[in-house]
Design a protein around this ligand. Structure first.
Ligand code: ASP
Ligand code: MG
Length: 439
């Protein structure tokens, strides 16, 4: 059994949905196909919820009507037979009636989650009708029957497995299953979700719960690249990454994979493959337990970073100083990304300014506090990077023109992180592309 997950753009146009149907019938391995909502739909559903939360019912109604006509056009070119068209129109009628009823009743957060779930419910149902039209035998599995989160809004693989396996077993002779990404039930039994972009997470959870051979994530780029293709001219896909390398890259800015998506597959040692719907023959990137090779594999950048420097002569030889500083960040639930220390000062970075004024106020009694915003973390990732010969000299050689503000090396064996002013990001990524990858 394998998992194949297709994102919003892979199902966002009728012809792309046709192509997905081809891709999933290319081989005979039994599979669970996880779909996102059609591209743009979840954003639209968010704006419907926003409008309703502000009491703007007319506005919400207009957005719903526009979305409905989009779906009608979609269905018209997706399907070609009268019976399946009628079926699809009945599905749309049901879901849009639901949205329209919601505009008439009093709005609350649980209802908002119901609104957000409509995208994946519709995409999977429409896809199922298309498969039916094509005579492709399959079963549609309601994710709300097996995908759940606990009291802390965290999914538990064992709990999901316990519910999923009987659902699969209830369909003997079926080896193609379609289900919704993103949506789940919470501890109160209400419809909830795994947060924006959560379909990857669904895929990884199912792959872990059903002990799948592989979890394939199909998008519109051919795998994880060695650098940001939006910033540098030439990038190449990375063939193989370890879970640890991939997690560092995802966390430090590589947009392709949702950071939390990794752990369930990693825990059950299911390889994750990143593949391109537009170029299905391309090898993509495979993420496994092993890294495949040693050395630098990729760089990624994370913007919107704030550096805070606390200077204090009292820190000299003092124990407990760092704890006091960390406690301030803990109090305001603000995670620290990077940290560097000297004997009289400590610099940390955060990626949220939400509590910055309060944090600064509480840090001031410890010393002089300086804040630099508009910073970028550039992370250089690779298996056992610290063992790579000359890595630091190569790095700093190519970054001579860049005023590096902080360096973090040795925290993990897979990563060197630099903090630079965001104004230097493009130049830094280009210099690294040349200096480390010769691209
Ligand atoms: N449709 C959801 C979103 O746009 C989940 C996903 O696409 O992964 O966030
Ligand atoms: Mg999406």
């Amino acid at each position: 059994m394998k998992v194949m997950k297709f994102g919003g753009t892979s199902v966002g146009k009728p012809e792309r949905m046709h192509q997905v149907a081809q891709l999933i019938t290319n081989d005979t391995e039994p599979k669970i196909v996880v779909l996102s909502a059609l591209s743009g739909t979840t954003n639209t559903l968010v704006s419907i919820g926003d409008a309703l939360s502000k009491g703007e019912k007319e506005n919400a109604k207009q957005i719903i009507d526009k979305l409905e006509s989009h779906y009608h056009e979609f269905v018209q070119s997706l399907l070609h037979q009268e019976a399946t068209c009628a079926k699809a129109n009945a599905i749309l009628a049901e879901h849009f009636e639901f949205l329209n009823i919601i505009t008439k009743i009093s709005f609350n957060e649980a209802l908002n989650k119901d609104i957000l779930a409509q995208g994946e419910l519709m995409s999977t149902k429409l896809f199922s009708v298309y498969l039916e039209e094509q005579g492709i035998k399959h079963a549609l599995l309601p994710a709300l029957e097996f995908m759940s989160i606990d009291a802390n809004d965290e999914p538990q693989v064992a709990v999901i497995r316990q519910k999923l396996l009987p659902v699969l077993a209830a369909h003997p002779g079926i080896d193609l299953f379609i289900t919704q990404g993103y949506i789940c039930r919470n501890i109160r039994g209400e419809v909830d979700n795994l947060k924006r972009g959560g379909s990857d997470y669904t895929a990884s959870l199912i792959a872990a719960a059903a002990n799948c051979s592989v979890c394939e994530i199909w998008t519109d780029i051919d795998g994880m690249h060695n650098n940001d293709p939006r910033v540098v001219n030439k990038t190449v896909p990375i063939e193989q990454l370890s879970f640890e390398e991939a997690a560092e890259l995802a966390y430090f800015g590589a947009k392709i994979l949702h950071p939390t998506c990794i752990w369930p597959a990693q825990q059950e040692k299911v390889p994750v493959k990143l593949l391109n719907t537009m170029q299905p023959e391309a090898a993509g990137t495979v993420i496994t337990q092993e890294a495949g090779s040693v050395g630098v594999k990729a760089v990624a950048a994370k913007d919107g970073i704030i550096a805070i420097n606390i200077k204090s002569s009292r820190m000299l030889l003092a124990y407990g100083f760092l704890r006091k500083i960390f406690e301030v960040f803990e109090k305001y639930r603000t995670p620290i990304d990077m940290i560097t220390t000297s004997e009289v000062a400590v610099s940390v970075t955060i990626d949220s300014a939400a509590f910055l004024p309060l944090i600064i106020k509480e840090l001031e009694p410890f010393g002089t506090v300086e804040v630099d915003s508009d910073q970028t973390i550039v992370s250089i990732v690779g298996n056992d990077i610290a063992q790579t010969k000359d890595i630091l000299s190569r790095l700093f050689d190519c970054l001579k023109p860049v005023p590096v503000r902080m360096v973090s090396y040795g925290g993990s064996r897979h990563n060197v992180s630099l903090l630079i002013p965001s104004a230097y990001k493009t130049e830094t990524l280009q210099l690294l592309n040349k200096g480390l990858f010769d691209l």
